[in-house]
Design a binder for this molecule. Structure first.
Ligand code: PLP
Length: 406
């Protein structure tokens, strides 16, 4: 029988445990490099100026109320989200073979996609995740009853992409496997395939009839360029793949807590594609109804205002360059400092990796020493959030790394 006493305590989420330890550390030198959210040069959350503007306009808009959105979400938002990810001129939009539902940020989009595949894919194929990947992927796909496999991704030796290992695993995966791909700024490694490598991945995936499932949480945040950061997805769509995309607006709008995201399904070009897509949309709507009824309005209203207004859109692009630019400066600054100190090892991966995170190559033991001796907090796998570095703590952090590496 079920009683409260039959439920064992769950293990603590490692990232939330890390955040708690940081909060409780009384040292005034402490540095938080665990957080997966942007911080400004004063280590404070940053409200994008364009988001503030859109927010003010929403507060003063007498036509808005607190009614439910439709099951699929705010139509102006979902159509703008489509254009942002595949490009406004994409034949997928023109031919009505992309369908989109607003979701509970990127997490909700990955979940909805996983749930859809688990219900409607006749073979219930395994989902191949990069090793390593965003930890939540594992539980999201497991929770909807899909089995997981891994493909090699990060080379400890080069601190770059293990391209050969990845290709060999995709080649060996049973035909028609679902392959989860990070569209840009891979979390946790910061390592992305080059355009040429993406082309080879696409070619191999086509030859094996694999199904691409893109997760995009850093468009515009990675390079500062929205088109560049969506290159891989646009290339796969151009190549005629049937695929899905989980899109988050948490990082690129700084709308973390507003849970703003979208799930897209793109069907392959064919005379029946638009009809197939509308069938899929109708099934997704039923799944969405039973899970959340309808998505939250607030963040989608903000994003939609910006995405649909050319002037605000330009301001947003400038804000994206502010965030990505500061992160790039911190990457360069950290590498320069370590190289100047002659810290053992090579540090060029700090600048070749991209996005919020860097996989430093520090060992678990070094990470723990950094925590106990230097009050520097990062995940045990040696991942640092570049956004946690700033001009006030970068010298201290470089000194700390130097001391634990020697
Ligand atoms: N996917 C990846 C790879 C991520 O790094 C994140 C956030 O850290 C997400 C998805 C989803 O985040 P959210 O649900 O806050 O949009």
């Amino acid at each position: 029988v079920f009683t409260a006493a039959t439920v064992a305590a769950a293990p603590e989420d490692p990232l939330f445990g890390l955040m708690k330890a940081y909060r409780e550390d009384p040292s005034d030198k402490k540095v938080d490099l665990g957080i997966g959210a942007y911080r400004d040069n004063n280590a404070k959350p940053w409200i994008l100026p364009v988001v503030k503007k859109a927010d003010d306009a929403i507060h003063n808009d007498p036509t808005l109320n607190h009614e439910y959105l439709s099951i699929g979400g705010l139509a102006e938002f979902t159509s703008a989200a489509q254009k942002l990810i595949v490009g406004a001129e994409s034949p997928a939009i023109r031919e009505k073979r992309i369908c989109t539902l607003q979701t509970i940020s990127g997490t909700g989009a990955v979940h909805l996609g996983g749930l859809f595949l688990s219900k409607f894919h006749p073979q219930k194929p395994a989902v191949y995740l990069s090793n390593p990947t965003w930890a939540n992927h594992n539980q999201i796909f497991t929770n909807v009853g899909l089995t997981l496999e891994k493909y090699p991704y990060f080379s400890v030796k080069t601190k770059g992409l293990d391209f050969n290992g990845m290709m060999a695993a995709l080649e060996a995966a049973p035909q028609g496997s679902v392959i989860l791909l990070h569209a840009c700024a891979h979390n946790p490694t910061g390592v992305d395939p080059t355009e040429d490598q993406w082309k080879q991945i696409a070619e191999l995936m086509r030859s094996r009839s694999h199904f691409p499932f893109f997760d995009t949480a850093y468009q515009g945040f990675a390079s500062g360029d929205l088109v560049r950061d969506s290159w891989a997805i646009r290339y796969f769509v151009e190549q005629g793949f049937e695929l899905c995309v989980a899109q988050s607006f948490a990082k690129n709008f700084g709308l973390y807590g507003e849970r703003t995201g979208a799930f897209h399904f793109v069907s392959a070009p064919s005379p029946d594609a638009a009809a197939a897509c509308s069938h899929i949309a109708s099934q997704l709507a039923i799944l969405q109804r039973s899970e959340i009824s309808n998505p939250p309005a607030y963040g989608a209203r903000i994003a939609s205002r910006v995405l649909n207004d050319p002037v605000l859109f330009k301001e947003w692009e400038a804000d994206l360059r502010t965030m990505s630019g500061r992160i790039l400066e911190m990457r360069q600054g950290l590498r320069d400092r370590l190289e100047k100190r002659g810290t053992p090892g090579s540090w060029d991966h700090i600048t070749s990796q991209i996005g919020m995170f860097s996989f430093t190559g520090l060992s678990e033991e070094q990470v723990l020493t950094l925590r106990s001796k230097w009050h520097v907090y990062m995940t045990k796998n040696g991942r640092i959030s570049m956004a946690g570095l700033n001009t006030n703590n970068i010298d201290y952090f470089a000194e700390a790394v130097d001391s634990v590496v020697r």
